[in-house]
Design a protein around this ligand. Structure first.
Ligand SMILES: [Cu+2]
Length: 288
């Protein structure tokens, strides 16, 4: 009877020496089979390189870029680990399929210390990588408390603060310093720090803009802040992701990102128009 940890160790070294032998021409194997095998190995390598080398598409906002970078950092660790575990697992299943009398692994302190330390290092890496993203002021902006209502106000001169109000069922945005209000459309300049100070007129809602990596719960009688900076002008869909009643599914909004000068023109245009209410003023029950 063979000690199974010793057997697995022997199996791994056999696997390595086997693949080394395979790289030489084996006279008992015909050339067609050899070609197939080589093509198989090449395809696997190509797939692995492909998965790892695919560069993430350019993110449209700081938030999205931070989240995507973390995702890829974790994938670079997770993919080799998964392949390593699966190869050993499948090999062990095939190699020991006829073992009718398996034994539990005997004590093996060096092996146990190795996998404990290896796991600790991996978890530490995951924790640190996630913490640096979570600590970013874009992902976790400072939220106002009762004593500091000023948090989330634009604190640099070129930052823009917009006030948002969620209600059953729509979104209203107002632009301080002007009397401009938009319904179901948030208009912001590109390449500028944006703070959206949100509150709810009734129940809990949540603003989610997937392409910008933005998601924030919105509460009645409380202010929560979204902080972002969008690189690409364009229109981005936003949704309510907190079930808030029968009209929840139609509680959508668009984030329209304009080049800076165009945004200023848009703001001036609305101010001089005098009525203050811009696009999409369709919600009959929008709070006034
Ligand atoms: Cu809602």
């Amino acid at each position: 009877m063979v000690d199974s940890s010793e057997a697995i160790r022997r199996a791994v070294s056999e696997l390595i020496s086997h693949s080394a032998r395979d790289s030489y021409i084996d006279p008992t194997v015909d050339s067609g089979t050899m070609r197939l095998r080589r093509a198989g190995v090449f395809a696997c390598l190509l797939a692995a390189v492909g998965i790892v080398a695919v560069a993430p598409a350019a993110a449209q906002s700081v938030n999205k870029r931070l989240i995507e970078q973390l995702n890829y950092q974790l994938l670079y660790v997770a993919i080799p680990l998964t392949l390593f575990v699966e190869v050993i697992l499948i090999y062990a299943v095939v190699r020991f399929r006829d073992n009718d009398d398996p034994l539990p692994t005997a004590e093996d302190p060096p092996l146990e210390i190795t996998w404990t330390i290896a796991t600790a290092i991996i978890l530490l890496f995951v924790g640190l990588a996630a913490y640096t993203v979570l600590a970013s002021p874009y992902i976790t902006p400072e939220q106002p408390t009762d004593s500091s209502q000023s948090a989330g106000n634009a604190n640099s001169s070129d930052a823009v603060t917009v006030r948002g109000l969620a209600y059953q069922w729509g979104w209203q945005f107002s632009y301080p310093g002007t009397n401009t209000t938009t319904q179901n459309e948030l208009v912001i300049p590109a390449n500028t720090d944006i703070y959206v100070r949100m509150t709810s007129a009734d129940v809990i809602h949540s603003l989610f803009v997937p392409k910008l990596g933005v998601k924030q719960d919105v509460f009645p009688r409380r202010t929560t802040v979204i902080h972002t900076r969008v690189f690409e002008p364009g229109a981005y869909r936003g949704y309510c992701t907190e079930f808030c009643g029968s009209g929840h599914a139609r509680m959508r909004t668009t984030v329209r990102v304009l080049p800076e000068d165009e945004y200023r023109r848009w703001l001036r245009g609305n101010a001089s128009a005098g009525n203050g209410t811009a696009t999409n003023a369709t919600a009959a029950n929008a709070p006034s």
